[in-house]
Write a protein that binds this ligand. Structure first.
Ligand SMILES: Nc1ncnc2c1ncn2[C@@H]1O[C@H](COP(=O)(O)OP(=O)(O)O)[C@@H](O)[C@H]1O
Ligand SMILES: O=C(O)[C@@H](O)C(=O)COP(=O)(O)O
Length: 424
């Protein structure tokens, strides 16, 4: 397998989002969970996205895992490695985007890394280094209330400088408008000035195509799915990929029961859970009781078992920012996050033991906990349910499953029903 592109993603939903974008751009793409122990079983591919659960762990661990993934990708021929971060730049001043970027840039032998989380298809744009979510700056968007990494500063030059050991510059929209050569020249000039990273403005896909062309010959970059699109289109222009890879992996229907789990507290997920009430039985976990030691997992599985033969169910811990803050104030952010993730993962395991083969999970950290608990190792890419959310088919498992790992912020109000329809 000689890869045209290697990607290291800092969470599982982000990885499937990127793999979806690369697939749509014509690259045959596989998503692995961590570094595969045995890659002989993997099908031929143009791109591999190694999914890590490294967004909200100590920075030194995130660096070590990302370096291991990068080494694996390079050994399989990846000349360019992209570090996939969230399109809302989810991170804290302690990391992990800056430390991982510093380590992978140094390993690649590059003086400077181009960085952009722009993803126009989902309303993420960067102008003068400021990240917008739809029409509002990041710090005014619902991301200001994220349970693990509240984003309170939209200026990414500043945000990244607080996390990185190196200085950070800007490639502004006027430079991007002048084309790939102008971007490459500006990147060199910033490197000469001693900058080690450059936030790049991008508003439209055409900007990301310019950025992709400017850096495809370099060894390393940092971005969200939008930059993946730019890189994939630059590769396609070079004759790599080009076949219509989308939807290839649906295969035979997998049968079995279907269920949804939601651990995301994002505004989009809260709306989707509310809309699902009209379509399927919904159990809202009593998170206060869970934290107090009640058997929330057992109760949820009893709820599901009584209903699964009739149709899908949704089990959600999702709560408003006020409720999240109250629980965190009582028990601590990490304790709450881990306890709820662990409960949803245990519920997922119980659901699969009860015959669920089609599973929709909302939330990045939540998806990480669920996929790890189920021991899933690799996915083939199926059709897109909503921007950034593909259907995934497990690879290398005797009895295949279909999954949708939804980033908290993605999808319209009818997401759960739509996903289940497409996975039927
Ligand atoms: N009711 C709740 N109160 C507090 N934290 C919660 C609640 N429900 C879920 N969480 C935690 O919030 C975090 C949501 O993160 P994640 O799953 O990545 O969603 P998103 O994709 O929206 O970022 C997880 O750690 C999850 O366990
Ligand atoms: O880039 C994005 O927005 C997504 O791919 C992503 O990473 C979202 O993260 P979660 O909302 O934590 O799932």
């Amino acid at each position: 397998m000689s890869l045209a592109l290697g990607c290291v993603a800092d969470d599982y939903t982000g990885a499937s989002d990127l793999a979806n974008t690369l697939t749509k751009a014509g690259l045959r793409t596989i998503q692995t969970i961590g570094v595969p122990e045995d890659d002989r079983a993997l099908p031929e591919a143009d791109a591999v996205v190694v999914a890590l659960k490294s967004r909200s762990i100590p920075a030194d661990e995130a660096v070590a895992r990302s370096r291991e993934a990068e080494r694996w990708l390079r050994a399989r021929g990846a000349a360019h490695v992209m570090f996939k971060v969230c399109s809302t730049f989810d991170s804290t001043d302690a990391g992990n985007i800056g430390p991982v970027m510093d380590a992978l840039r140094a390993a690649a032998g590059e003086r400077i890394a181009l960085v952009t989380p722009a993803f126009p298809e989902t309303g993420r744009s960067v102008y003068q280094g400021n990240l917008f979510v739809g029409s509002v700056p990041l710090n005014e968007s619902p991301l200001k209330d994220h349970p693990l990494n509240p984003m309170r500063d939209a200026n990414l030059v500043r945000v990244l400088a607080r996390q990185s050991a190196g200085a950070v510059g800007l490639i502004d929209t006027a430079t991007v408008a002048r084309g790939a050569e102008a971007v490459a020249a500006r990147l060199d000039a910033l490197a000469e000035e001693g900058k080690r990273a450059a936030i790049a403005d991008a508003i439209f896909d055409s900007d990301l195509e310019v950025l992709g062309r400017a850096i495809i010959a370099k060894k390393f970059s940092v971005g969200a799915s939008g930059l993946g699109l730019g890189l994939a289109r630059a590769l396609a222009a070079d004759g790599r990929g080009t076949r219509d890879a989308a939807g290839a992996a649906m295969g035979e229907p997998v049968g079995g029961a279907a269920a949804c789990l939601a651990g995301s507290c994002s505004q989009a997920t809260l709306q989707q859970v509310a809309a699902a009430e009209a379509q399927m039985p919904v159990l809202r976990l009593d998170t206060a009781a869970l934290l107090a030691g009640a058997d929330a997992v057992g109760e949820a599985l009893a709820f599901a078992e009584a209903r699964l033969t009739a149709g899908p169910v949704l089990i959600a811990s999702s709560a408003t920012p006020e409720a999240v803050r109250a629980l965190q104030a009582e028990h601590g952010v990490d304790t709450v996050g881990h306890a709820i993730e662990a409960a949803l993962a245990a519920i997922a395991e119980g659901l699969v033991a009860r015959g669920v083969r089609r599973l929709v999970v909302a939330g990045g950290e939540t998806s990480g906990a669920v996929v790890d608990r189920l021991g899933l190792r690799a996915f083939l890419l199926g059709p897109e349910i909503a921007a950034g959310v593909p259907i995934l088919r497990t690879a290398g498992r005797p009895e295949p499953m279909l999954l949708a790992l939804k980033s908290g912020n993605f999808g319209g109000p009818d997401f759960f029903g739509r996903a289940l329809d497409m996975m039927a």
